[in-house]
Design a protein around this ligand. Sequence first.
Ligand code: FES
Length: 581
Amino acid sequence: MSQTSPATGRPHRSAAWFQGDSINAMSSRAWLRSQGHSSSMFDGRPTIGVINSWADTTPCNVSLRQVAEHVKRGVYRAGGFPLELPVMSLGETLMKPTTMLYRNLMAMEVEECIRAYPFDGVVLLAGCDKTTPGMILGLASTDIPGIVVTSGPMLRSIRGTEELGGPSGLWKSYVAHRTGAMDDGIWREIESCVGRSAGHCGVMGSASTMAIVAEALGLTLPGNAAIPAVDSRRLALAEDSGYRIVQMVAEGLLPERILTRAAFDNAITALMAVGGSTNAIIHLTAIARRAGIALTLDDFDRISRRTPVIADVLPVGRRQMEDFFYAGGLPAVVHELGDLLDPDGVTVTGRSLRENCADARSLDARTIRSRDEALQRDGGIAVLRGNLCPDGAVIKHAAASPQLRRHRGRAVVFQNKADLSARIHDRALAVDASSVLVLRDSGPVGGPGMPEWGMLPIPLKLAEQGVTDMVRISDARMSGTSFGTCVLHISPESAVGGVLGLVEDGDEIELDIPNRRLDLLVGDEELARRRERWTPPAHPPRRGFTWLYTQHVDQADKGADFGFLAGRTSAAEQMYQPTDQ
Ligand code: FES
């Protein structure tokens, strides 16, 4: 293996740690040799960080321990020196108030580890919802090659011969149990059927979506997103990824060459074509800002309007990620999308996304359809504007009820999540099926961290009458596995003075998805009077990271990132190196 980078003609970055007779170099080698590494590992070969978000507390990522071993195999095979390290992990089901509160913290840890350790390239192991964007944000802020390997979806959830629909089906089962349509025994049995294997949620929720987005951005080997966690082909892909990163170091294939405008357009197109999670909008916006690419909510709406939904996968469609894999995964989607994708750009393979997928075909037209047989003619997500959301709001209308696409109703306002939990199922609550449920104080600052509270529950008394959907609006996010006519990410949020904070019970609200509007039908003078009386919601004292977060987090339309992390202008200058004594 070359001791210098063929791309730059200079020694690898890690040489500053491992080469020579200084006390720094000697101690760097000596402490690693305590693990049994031979001297050949310090012959100038590239050092590859295998950054792992494995954790017992993140069940979706538990298989990454094994994946890491296969990545290392590939690194050794290519003549590199792999060093695995753990980073903070974000377990969606256990972490409160929300993993989103900690996405930026994880991204900072990934970035700082890349800067501080002797890595020439990194392989990023992620899976659960926020771990993939956390890793990519960290990588985008640095200046060494990186490749992503995700944990892969779990096997399809099934009870007997009945498809449960993973987490999307779980929401429906919950309502059925609460309204008495499902008995306790079945409800308890479902618990053992929803997650039958290692892997992340097996529908097109946020984890699957972000795996698709990572692949479409060009940051993974082709086919990565859909291979089930327990399929041996995932381990083979992990080995190939380890092999490839060593080549990428030799080629000098940096993130800035991959994360181009074309890559983001392709990622948005893929997001729309698979009916992906609204969370991806926030993550892609944040990644683009770090990469220095100007991306706005209007870009998402523009691409959504021209992109058909061709993946028949829950929650927009009917099938699960396991089926999506058998149908060909993202490469088959890329083939079907054809000229809707930008032919330019380069991925981790050194080729473009379309070149990577030239030989792919849909192997199951029921799951990955042709454009002519699309599930929906235009993309699944719309960006709304109006006096309630001057900086934008988002709705996944592919998962909304057609009869609510245009709707006018009276507001039933909940001040925060605690108020919602206390009153939503109160039989005395003045609400009917035409009401618009309003939740505030759930944005980046208010939540804090913009929790996934946006699919407000249907009041029990209405659910018992058969009501399954209502218009719901908030400054929160929604799980990618959720569904319904839920307007999300209202910006600016209520906690910083957004109009959402001025809505009162009984106000009329108009949603018009075809015309991309969301309006509070209250006059400007009355709103001005309300604004004079408005005071920010009270929150418990915030300390530590939560204090830092609420001081510096941007609004949803900016990706809910920290303003001080935007841009990549000084990335190269801030890569640390040891200094000799
Ligand atoms: Fe981890 Fe759904 S809980 S991906």
